[in-house]
Design a binder for this molecule. Structure first.
Ligand code: IPM
Ligand code: MN
Length: 357
């Protein structure tokens, strides 16, 4: 089979981690007899420099004409002084909206070999951690009405949090489907003691839950969820929540694994289309130094193989190759212990590719 992948290397370490990921995908193609065709396009700061805007129409068109999108990272110091709506990060929001990527899956799992990096006490994480945050990605306060107005207290600014039944229903369905394939437990996170939008959220999630009698549904207020994630993270299987709560909780969930440089993500539309990117950002401080960890991007490509292309065996092979490299004792700079020797980005990509097949 031939698969068309739009590749958006982006800024900072993005191009480096993406290059290693394509190396691994090529190896997968070679071993399993698939052909991956890449089309590179610009988004983020590099697009601002080249075209004046962070998300050129050509990029949107190429992404739409592809089977999936692989993205590195966007943003950097150079563009930090631009006004809010011109910043590189807006490219991400634009891609999510244009491509209809309403479901963001952010797995937070503990790699056994890296358990020491987890900042929680060993007894709290004994037996491992395997959580997936299902974040609504094209609605809520990120995309609601926004503006400024004058008030008696001076100038004011506002951003509206709004959710429709249809938006909640489709993200809840993703969460319950996912739970069926995992631990059969969904925790829906909201602020229903205060917010009207959360009360609607809670009602619709319960309706969807009724169709999944095998899945246990719990509701949790977001403040409590933030606390429970560090108090007893093992209680969670699938967490489903709004755009903004998911933004915050997925960072927290990734931090408790101790290895944000290892965590992949998928942003899915209806059908099998998806955009795949590491959870970490563009890390401009280490860009171009062969110091970045490509594993999160490589694991994102594994998610692409699994969710968009339906290539489960190939996805397993990529994940096993990453685990093998860790088990063999190799560490990139971000996960090396004090004084431990670290390998570079390229070497990590080479080793992972060599362990496929
Ligand atoms: C993320 C990021 C983005 C978000 C920013 C860069 C717009 O923090 O993907 O979590 O808030 O969604
Ligand atoms: Mn975020």
């Amino acid at each position: 089979m031939e698969y068309r992948i739009a590749v958006v290397p982006g800024d900072g370490i993005g191009p480096e981690v993406v290059a290693q990921t394509l190396k691994v995908l090529d190896k997968v193609g070679e071993v399993y007899g698939h052909s991956f065709k890449y089309e590179k396009v610009l988004a983020g700061g590099c697009a601002i420099d080249a075209t004046g805007g962070c998300l050129p129409q050509e990029t949107i068109d190429v992404c739409k004409a592809s089977d999936a999108v692989l993205l590195g990272a966007v943003g950097g110091w150079k563009w930090d002084t631009l006004p809010g709506n011109e910043r590189p990060e807006m490219a991400l929001l634009g891609l999510r909206k244009e491509l209809g990527l309403f479901a963001n899956l952010r797995p937070a799992m503990l790699f056994e070999e890296l358990a020491d990096a987890c900042p929680l006490k060993p007894e709290i994480i004994a037996g491992g951690l395997d959580i997936v945050v299902v974040r609504e990605l094209t609605g809520g306060i990120y995309f609601g009405e926004k503006g400024t107005k004058d008030t008696a207290m001076g100038a004011a600014a506002y951003d509206v949090e709004q959710y429709s039944e249809g938006e909640v229903r489709r993200i809840a369905e993703v969460a319950f489907d996912m739970a069926m394939k995992r631990g059969k437990k969904v925790t829906s996170v909201d602020k229903a003691n205060v917010l009207e939008s959360s009360r609607l959220w809670r009602r619709v999630v319960a309706e969807v839950g009724d169709r999944f009698p095998e899945v246990e549904l719990n509701n949790m207020y977001v403040d409590n969820a933030a606390m429970q994630l560090v108090r007893n993270p093992k209680q969670f299987d699938v967490i489903v929540t709004s755009n903004i709560f998911g933004d915050i909780l997925s960072d927290e969930a990734s931090m408790i694994t101790g290895s944000i440089g290892m965590l992949p993500s998928a942003s899915l539309a209806t059908g099998n289309f998806g955009m795949y990117e590491p959870v970490h950002g563009s890390a401009p401080d280490i860009a171009g130094k062969d110091m970045a960890n490509p594993m999160a991007t490589i694991l994102s490509a594994a998610m692409m193989l699994r969710y968009t292309f339906g290539l489960g065996k190939e996805a397993d092979a990529v994940e096993s190759a990453v685990k093998k490299v860790l088990a063999d004792g190799y560490r990139t700079h971000d996960i090396a212990a004090e004084g431990e020797e670290a390998i570079g980005t390229e070497k990590a990509g080479d080793l992972i590719a060599a362990n496929i097949g």
